[in-house]
Write a protein that binds this ligand. Structure first.
Ligand code: AMP
Length: 416
């Protein structure tokens, strides 16, 4: 079923949203992007005469009640954005009466699902090495089913609109779908947009396709890099992971971040790129600092010849130009991971050059997908959010989707 075909009039919809918003020490929301992201789905259900039971996690309470992670703190914000009162249920497993009494247009918000260990389905208080662990896990999986079944009993249909947790096989993101038939479960509008955006860079590709992978470590991105090497025309590797490549070629990298046990992985990436006819673009010069701080002394030097006592913190001017040239003319662009320590204003020029080039190519008709917390933060920092095609709300979920993995939250609905 799709959300656009479903008739919500008179129906109760239980919706998995991602209301895991950041809060300050007074419980005030500091960034409401995730709530805003869910609004199109929620408003659609209400406008068509349906009612809503909203469920989400917040933080990592590890199966215990923790008032600091209570969703009661966001009730007013959700209510204000939806333009209708929201009734809070302080125990997600005790909403039977309120759910049964829901009338069209009414909204319930359930307390943090992760106050119950069943949501994540991991046994608590027992070590994996314990001989009793397997039994405990089996028992937990059984109670996870009961937990999900109970949530399902509140509603006529299930919508998953929480892309950020779609890579998790949790009670509310996947198991619950077993208790609805195919005609009564669907992806939400945000989720559909995310799936479409991933499809644009994985199957529906317009060429040339340029991917930019950055960040601190090659090890955390290797799965994606390998998958992309089968798809892209050019792959720009930037940020801290650069220095593992330089080291693998015998470069002097001073104090730069490096994974000495991944030198062969770096060389393997280069080999695979060659075999697949992918142009691998690596930096040639770096802005180096004499400490890991914004106020470090800095100089520019070749990335293969960084003096002792200095570390590569940003892409140098020649590299920035090389990256911008590589992005120019692209028709599909994927960016994950900054090109330097962009959090320090003095070392943000590399990431800015990448962001500017992406905005320019998008303006010329490219489809650009930006994903992963840090690259999204970069785009926002440089004020370019409205000049790229799509900013994903999913960190881990997006990366796993790009690695080519099936996301349990999507498979549970689409049956793939
Ligand atoms: P990741 O979590 O692997 O995507 O890495 C993101 C982090 O990498 C950001 O916080 C950046 O500050 C950091 N980063 C980027 N370039 C460098 C670098 N040259 N040295 C150290 N950290 C870096």
């Amino acid at each position: 079923m799709t959300i656009n075909d479903y008739k919500f009039a008179g129906k109760k919809a239980i919706v998995r949203v991602d209301f895991n918003v950041p809060l300050d020490e007074n419980g005030k929301i500091t960034d409401d992007t995730r709530i805003r992201g869910a609004l199109p789905t929620l408003k659609k259900v209400l406008e068509e005469g349906g009612s809503l039971i909203l469920m989400s996690h917040m933080g990592k309470p590890k199966g215990k009640v923790n008032p600091k992670m209570s969703l009661s703190q966001i009730v007013d914000a959700v209510s204000e954005k939806l333009g209708t009162p929201v009734v809070f249920v302080d125990d997600c497993q005790k909403a039977d009466t309120q759910a049964a009494a829901l009338k069209p247009g009414e909204v319930l918000l359930l307390e943090n699902l992760r106050f119950y260990p069943e949501e994540e389905g991991k046994p608590v208080g027992i070590d994996k090495a314990d001989p009793a662990y397997d039994e405990a896990k089996k028992a937990m999986k059984a109670s996870q089913k009961d937990f999900a079944k109970h949530l399902a009993s509140y509603a006529d249909c299930y919508i998953n609109d929480a892309f950020g947790t779609a890579h998790r096989k949790h009670a509310s993101t996947a198991v619950i779908a077993d208790y609805f038939d195919a005609d009564n479960k669907m992806l939400g509008l945000l989720m559909e947009k995310e799936v479409q955006a991933v499809d644009n860079v994985l199957s529906n590709i317009k060429r040339p396709f340029v991917a930019i992978m950055g960040g601190s470590k090659v090890s955390s991105k290797i799965g994606i890099i390998e998958n992309l090497l089968g798809k892209v025309d050019k792959l720009i590797l930037c940020g801290g992971m650069t220095y593992t490549f330089m080291k693998a070629h015998g470069g002097n990298i001073g104090n730069s971040i490096v994974e000495l046990d991944k030198l062969d992985v770096a060389l393997g990436v280069e080999d695979m790129a060659k075999k697949n006819g992918v142009e691998l673009v690596l930096g040639v010069d770096s802005v180096v600092g004499d400490k890991f701080a914004n106020d470090a002394n800095s100089q520019i030097c070749p990335s293969m010849a960084i003096p002792e006592g200095w570390e590569g913190l940003d892409a140098g001017p020649e590299t920035r130009k090389k990256f911008a040239d590589a992005i120019k003319g692209a028709k599909t662009i994927l960016w994950n991971g900054p090109a330097g320590v962009f959090e320090f204003d003095n070392f943000a020029a590399g990431s800015k050059a990448v962001a500017d080039a992406i905005a320019e190519a998008t303006n010329e008709g490219a489809f650009s997908l930006i994903g992963g917390g840090d690259s999204v933060a970069c785009i926002n920092k440089f004020g370019l959010a409205d000049q790229v095609s799509y900013i994903s709300t999913g960190g881990g979920a997006l990366l796993e989707a790009i690695e080519g993995k099936v996301l349990p939250g999507i498979a549970a609905i689409k049956g793939e």
